[in-house]
Design a protein around this ligand. Sequence first.
Ligand SMILES: Nc1ncnc2c1ncn2[C@@H]1O[C@H](COP(=O)(O)OP(=O)(O)OP(=O)(O)O)[C@@H](O)[C@H]1O
Ligand SMILES: [Mg+2]
Length: 1020
Amino acid sequence: MEGALTARDRVGIQDFVLLDSYTSESAFLDNLRKRFHENLIYTYIGTLLVSVNPYKELGIYTKKQMDIYMGVNFFELPPHIYALSDNAYRTMLMENNNHVILISGESGAGKTESSKKILQFYAVSCPRTSLLDNVRDRLLLSNPVLEAFGNAKTLKNDNSSRFGKYMDIQFDFQGEAVGGHILSYLLEKSRVVHQNHGERNFHIFYQLVEGAEDGLLRWLGLERNCQLYRYLVQGQCAKVSSISDKTDWRTVRKALSVIEISEADTEHLFGVIASVLHLGNIRFEADARGYATLNSSTEMHWLSKLLGVHVQVLREGLTHRKIEARAEEVLSPLTAEHAIYARDALAKAIYGRTFAWLVNKTNESLANKVRLSSDYTVIGLLDIYGFEVFHVNSFEQFCINYCNEKLQQLFIQLTLKSEQEEYEAEGIEWEAVPFFNNKIICDLVEEKHRGIISVLDEECLRPGEASDLTFLEKLEEKLGGHPHFVTHKLADQKTRKTLERGDFRLLHYAGEVTYCVVGKEHSSWQSKNSIVKHCFPSIEPDSKKRPETVATQFKSSLAGLTEILMSKEPWYVRCLKPNNSKQSGCFDDVLVRHQVKYLGLMEHLRVRRAGFAYRRRFEVFLQRYKALCPDTWPHWKGKPADGVQRLVIHLGYRPDEYKMGRTKIFIRHPRTLFATEDAFEMCKHKLATKIEACWRGMQARKERERRTWAVKVIKRFIKGFMNRNQPVCVDNAEYLTFVRQNYLIRLKENLPKNLLDKNTWLTPPPIMQEASRILHHALKLSTGATYEILFPECNSHHLSQLQLKSLTSALFKGKKESYPQSVSKPFVATRISKEPFGKTVLEISKLNVLVVKYDRNGFRPRQRQLVLTQAAAYLVEEAKIKQRVEYGSLKGVSVSHLSDNFLIIHVSCDDIKQKGDLVLQCDHLFELVTKLSMLANKASAIKVVQGSIRFDIHPGKEGFVDFRSGQETMVYRAKNGHLMVVSVPYCNSATINAFGGVHRPSRHIQYYNANMFTIPMSTH
Ligand SMILES: Nc1ncnc2c1ncn2[C@@H]1O[C@H](COP(=O)(O)OP(=O)(O)OP(=O)(O)O)[C@@H](O)[C@H]1O
Ligand SMILES: [Mg+2]
């Protein structure tokens, strides 16, 4: 409520308790009307919810709305049925007790709609597990099924509940809906056989005829035309524009399967419904003696088929009555008039029992299969037929209105009681409020030996002929003089004119109702029809026992209901009907005023207001208004009650304006609260401005501090920079630390990737020169140490060796298959043991090694030596230089990616002295190529190639060497003129490994041409 108080002028008052002129009915109505015209249909009286039927969709029942109301305190949001539902639910969980929501109001006021909204709220917003989703679906879908069978169009309401319904929704301790149970009360069975003008039979009949599939109709012997069935046309409104029987039929069919009614049961169910329609069409004629005879053979055929009763039994049942004389049963024929009555009684009995069966089935499906009964709490929903007055009111209306009378009694008792208890509990003086207690009317109906029901019982059960008039006489005798009971005989002159002789009138809490006694004694009997026994053998009561009248049964069931309701914490929804024409936007003052009066809303309001209009727990009140007093703001350390006391004294409450209870503060007048609320509104603005100013000040101070700090840092930095080359002193110490740190961080991120990478070492600032040198050396040592482990015998030259090996790795690692085998073999200066060269050559050579050179034309193999010097590579045969390749004219070196040991040295063809590219085979391929690339400084020109390598035979003529893997090492000139080199893959090279590290001598290399001839290597 507090949250919405600012809007109170615009849309009236959201809680009547805060209405200043709370005793004025007009003020009450004004507020209701004002809100109604703003589409605000809900208003509170404390925790009671008043709801006015809008007769239109308002868009206030969306999932979003549910979310808004979930877990929010009752008064924090505008009134809504969801707020009430949510609060009942949360209180149930918190206090672990059972609750009930009592929905009342006259027919058409919106009770059933309200109960559906509540159910939907629980189904959507309670925590869910997939296991329990079924329970929710069934809870929701039990509604359309029971409505189809138990609701009908009346003059008051197109979907009027013609039975009373109390439904328990069971929740486990976590708040999940785990099951449900329905109790139904007195179905208005007379509707099955008779409808007033403008009314219909139960929806299901029309749904079946209009909506059922052709096959089903055929099977039931029905035709798609309601006009053909006498039970459907008496009200002359089988079709209603606001009702879509076809759509509703589909919903019901689906719902039946969700609530687990099997296909077979569904068929039987419709069979029974159809049988009622056939029964209605049965006609009787009187024979010469006036006894009923039957000639509706088609109907009899269908009845027999659908009810499973033999035609003869049917015939007897419809035209005869069984009389028990001593130990014998005698059949006595019925007159045509009595036979019609018997037929209708049968139809009602069949329908009534089918309805009971359906409720049972629904309960089986809703039964909680998860938790023990002690493990759950319930929220009950009571949606019962509303008070109604028709032109002709029969026994059913009597029961319906009696039921409403009882509920009103309960309401008066409970609301007065709870209010009184609260004052007592809080130690506050209670002032009694006069109110009309309808106990006198309840007694008139139900009192033992004197009440109307007692008289009815006596009349029905006494031997001899009972008639409507003897019953009336008995009533007059017993109840004459009762202020709420009038008959034609008892009435004064004026009233007598409005009463028929066979009528009696009751002055109910909600208004006068005239009941017609004709037919009463019949309708109050249990049916004893033999056909019913056949159809429902299991539930047919023991006929030996004296039967209870329907009225007595109803009285007992209402007593049971009262007990159920009394044992739970009640919440109230009072539904009002804005007009009698079911129109939206039309607010009939007289009609609403009447309902407000008889529903006791003014009394309820007076009771709520008698003591104090508003009450709140100390903690809540203090939390909300603490800002209004400097002593309680921002925190109150003491007891909440003391804080509230201090607060209200500061606010200037007069002692008669409030009372301090034990846990709550009670405020007598709404204006006191409004003044407080207004003060709070003002204070909120001031507080907001103050908080904003503080916040801005704090931000500005922070910014200033930041800037001051920045200026200091920059100044120090500049000074440090200016003195950077001075010995460390106060002025530059910080700067130099920064320079050091900065250099080390950058160095860490830019370390050389390998030993040979000499150029990427970061140039140090002067202050870090020495440190840089030491670090560089340390890095070399640590990297080299790894290789030292691999080459322990090469200690003296390990650095150059490592450099070479590192270069080999960069050139071939991961590129050439045979590289891994080369890693463990140290590089040496000479590979030729027998010295063919002079000493000088040896001195200047960087590598000499045995190779096989393949002729560029014809690929004849020749054994040669290759000598690398600082400036050039020499191909030598027996100390005779055959070819000289200057490094300057070296274009590149290509090798394959396989395990072979071929290399092609590409030379520049511009040089006419050059003979062309060299195709060589060398056992020390990696060593040769590495040294060559290093001497010629052409590491980037070394290519590891996949597939063929093209080379220049001489300028303008090209040749190719193709490479592939095979089982055996082979070199031959292929048919396409290419040199084909076949190598054994590394993993298959068992033969190579079998040489135990001694490389396979080149002499063994076989040379194949197309004729596959072999030439020893030494041959020129
Ligand atoms: N909250 C609502 N929003 C929109 N329409 C409503 C609302 N409540 C009721 N109605 C309309 O009013 C009609 C009658 O309401 P409902 O069936 O709930 O009355 P009832 O009080 O259950 O009457 P009865 O006692 O005859 O069963 C509904 O069919 C619907 O058209
Ligand atoms: Mg209803």
